[in-house]
Design a protein around this ligand. Structure first.
Ligand code: FPP
Length: 261
């Protein structure tokens, strides 16, 4: 039953890039971040257990990574498990860990075939050893890939990330490797899990809530936000395109003024 668990859905029409209308392929967000919300509610609406929604959510992720890559997105960050998700029933936590573990095994060849580089954000502490090992294996096996970066947030919290960075900065300052006057945005960013990645241009949140939920707090300072009521397992390539088209209409000022205003 689990063999084809992560096969990209065949019910979602594959939209060839050549047929993508009204999208400026020269103005694709470099980095898209996604809060994959609504798995549980999607499953419940069908009378299924919440875990069924997580499995379906993993399939959606596969479809969207592939599509984002075709469109020219360079980095896709996805929130798979937050530092707060440990509060869920142990059966659900265990299921997500097992799902992640299976995903990293079943997808590794696909990542290699499609030149996907896998990275992770989050604390490794408290993760099951098998999950840690598979994460390391996925990093090692894909580190020389030059296509889209799939940046999975696992045991991740934006506040915890910032505290971890501050602790390391203080340690380095104590050791004399860094002086406080030298700390600026780019130095600070080097201490975050996302070091060497550009900040997200677009943050997508399915599931109908308008929250950041502790995701990439530092990095999304100037991200454009796009939300939909649709639950993550039902999120489609067409919706991803809608988000990108909407992004392309936004006026990004970064606190300044645009020419002529
Ligand atoms: C939010 O939906 C989703 C999660 C907490 C887990 C996300 C996990 C996956 C998409 C699958 C695992 C990922 C990989 C890469 C294998 P929710 O459970 O909060 O849904 P709800 O808001 O409807 O309760």
């Amino acid at each position: 039953m689990l063999k084809n668990l992560f096969r990209a859905s065949t019910t979602i029409k594959d939209v060839p890039v050549a047929e993508v209308k009204d999208v400026d392929l020269t103005h694709i967000p470099q980095h898209v971040a996604i809060i994959m919300d609504g798995n549980g509610r999607w499953a419940k609406a069908q009378g299924k257990p919440r875990t069924y929604g997580h499995s379906a959510g993993a399939k959606t992720l596969k479809t969207i990574v592939r599509f984002a890559d075709k469109l020219g997105v360079k980095v896709l960050s996805a929130y798979a498990f937050s530092t707060e998700n440990w509060k869920r029933p142990i059966t659900e936590v265990n299921f997500i860990m097992e799902l992640l573990s299976r995903y990293l095994t079943s997808e590794i060849q696909d990542f290699k075939d499609n030149n996907v580089q896998v990275r992770f954000m989050g604390s490794r502490e408290g993760l099951p050893p098998v999950v840690n090992a598979k994460m390391n294996h996925a990093i090692e096996e894909t580190k020389n890939n030059t296509g889209i970066v799939l940046n999975l947030a696992v045991n991740y919290g934006g506040q915890a990330e910032i505290i971890t960075a501050v602790k390391k900065i203080v340690q380095d300052a104590k050791l004399g490797a860094l002086s406080p006057e030298d700390i600026n945005n780019s130095v600070f960013e080097n201490y975050l899990y996302s070091r060497n990645l550009p900040p997200p241009d677009l943050l997508i949140r399915p599931g109908g809530d308008f929250r950041i939920s502790n995701f990439m707090l530092w990095q999304i300072a100037y991200a454009e936000i796009w939300t939909t009521e649709t639950y993550w397992p039902a999120f489609t390539q067409e919706m991803f395109l809608e988000a990108i088209k909407d992004f392309q209409r936004r006026d990004r000022r970064y606190g300044g003024l645009n020419a002529g205003k």
